[in-house]
Design a protein around this ligand. Structure first.
Ligand code: BG6
Length: 496
């Protein structure tokens, strides 16, 4: 579907996100003929900047971050649509001037008055910018034209701040016009979880506590914190990854089947399962979690220094760069099935996956291998870098006597589909322009996520340095993460 004409207004246009992801994604959409014919990009800068300089800077970013070879004609046509306009929320009159400039551009490009305001800024700018957009009337829908507000992550830093931000934004735009981005939902492999579960008849009957022993969600990263010390030291692994990315995976895997494939049904089902995550007391949260911080080490051939030596990180920082949690979901489908989540920086390998571990066969018919030694039955949804699905099961080793070994049946996207490389933002930006909110978070989902992690945040803050483990960069994370499962007689899945 080609979106209707619109003005795509970017706050934070000189920043890393715009250069690295937004413009390359718009380029990919342009190459696939998925941008509106009547289109303009308005880049908002705090200080005066010429459109020529802005275009040159975006072109430089595009050449560096494009996921496909850059076709000069397509890039020129896209950048020709870009105009720089300065506006600063501390100077309300600049937003009135922005409205006048925008109205002229809209008339020029014949975009029909449809506007998308994209806040690719640090989170402390969300409230002041949206306030001014509301006050100046830029977001007011009139004459049949739509107005939409797109907000990047992080959405709040805890339950109270997420609620306050929701309340503020919803006093300016309706839920339907608000698009809270979580880039995990732009990943094909993540969207496919819905299709895997709900377009096949064979998984749903066994997708419950009768047949599933537990679920593991892993988001391991090789990169350290690098130049993001000032943001990361205030944030930590739990806030940075769990209530958003890991909970998107959890909710897609654990939600009830929605009755329709539309934004209302899908987002309601997701919010409901997040709200069913059992609230833990602070003592339980300490018992059911592990946090770690990396020390110097080698990831592959790359030396990574101690986390505390990263620029802008406190020398005595207690911020976690690794988090592992055990959660349970209080509903009929999942009662008693643990969900183990882990994520960390500077680990030995990049791996993002959901592993569903099925219950063992009920008794050992084959004397050759005791039941506890049989290989485990996992369904593994590989998100990155392995994109695909694998099923692990036991099979007979060919030969005159019965001997058993674990094998794997795999599906890899790359073996079946040829898709032009993308950065994951294309679908999200396209959906904002066509007005489809399925892949965006709703207020209740965001708040349910923060509610589930709040006891961990509180307990860790009180505990300070106590209980913070260290792990060398390049390792698998703190040893206690293994103990978290071992005490339940389980273990993290080893990559096959
Ligand atoms: C971002 C976090 O939201 O997600 C980063 O702020 C993290 O710290 C990144 O590295 C991970 O995304 P992906 O797509 O590489 O798994």
């Amino acid at each position: 579907q080609i979106p209707d004409g619109c003005a795509f207004v970017i706050f934070g246009v000189t920043g890393d996100l715009t250069h690295r992801l937004v413009i390359p994604a718009l380029y990919n959409l342009a190459e696939s003929n998925l941008l509106p014919e009547k289109f303009c990009v308005v880049g908002i800068t705090r200080k005066e900047m010429s459109s020529e300089d802005l275009r040159a800077s975006l072109m430089h970013g595009l050449r560096k971050f494009a996921t496909r070879p850059v076709n000069e004609d397509i890039a020129d046509k896209l950048l020709y649509c870009v105009t720089a306009v300065s506006a600063d929320p501390s100077d309300p009159s600049s937003f009135d001037r922005l409205r006048e400039r925008l109205e002229k551009l809209e008339a020029n490009r014949n975009t029909g008055g449809n506007r998308l305001f994209y806040l690719a800024t640090p989170p402390d700018a969300f409230a002041p910018i949206s306030t001014e957009l509301g006050r100046s009337g830029l977001l007011k829908e009139d004459g049949g034209a739509w107005r939409r507000l797109v907000v990047e992550k992080p959405f709040g830093t805890d339950l109270a701040s997420a609620k306050a931000l929701n309340e503020h934004l919803l006093s300016i735009v309706s839920e339907h016009s608000l698009y809270r981005i979580d880039h995990y939902l732009g990943k094909e492999t993540v969207q496919n979880i819905l299709v895997l579960r709900f377009s096949n008849g064979m998984f749903e009957p066994i997708w419950n506590r009768e047949h599933i022993d537990h679920i593991q969600i892993t988001v391991d990263e090789k990169l350290g914190v690098a130049h993001r010390g000032s943001f990361y030291d205030k944030t930590g692994a739990l806030r940075d990854m769990v209530p958003n990315h890991l909970f998107q995976l959890l909710s897609l895997v654990a939600m009830e089947p929605p009755s329709h494939f539309n934004a209302h049904s899908v987002r309601s089902a997701k919010a409901e399962v997040l709200a069913a995550i059992q609230q833990q007391s602070e003592e339980e949260a300490l018992r059911n979690s592990v946090r770690g911080q990396y020390t110097a080490g080698k990831v592959g051939d790359t030396e990574i220094g101690d986390y505390r030596s990263v620029q802008d990180v406190d020398l005595a920082s207690n911020t976690e760069t690794y988090a592992a949690l055990k959660l349970t979901i209080d509903n009929w489908r999942w009662a008693g099935v643990p969900f183990y989540l882990r994520t960390g920086k500077a680990l030995g390998a990049k791996r993002t996956e959901v592993a569903i571990k099925f219950k063992q066969a009920p008794f050992a018919m084959f004397r050759c291998t005791p039941i506890e030694e049989l290989s485990q039955n996992y369904l593994v949804i590989g998100i990155e870098p392995v994109e695909g699905i694998a099923l692990q099961f036991n099979t007979k080793i060919p030969g005159p006597s019965i001997a058993i070994d674990g094998v794997e049946m795999t599906f890899r996207y790359k073996d079946y589909f040829k898709v032009a490389p993308s950065n994951g933002y294309e679908t999200l930006l396209h959906d904002c322009m066509i007005g489809d909110n399925i892949l965006f978070q709703r207020a209740d989902g965001v708040e349910a996520g923060w509610e589930a992690v709040q006891p961990f945040l509180d307990a860790w803050e009180k505990a300070g340095a106590e209980g913070l483990q260290s792990y060398p960069a390049g390792s698998n994370g703190p040893e206690d993460a293994d103990a978290l499962l071992a005490r339940d007689g389980r273990n993290w899945r080893e990559p096959s």
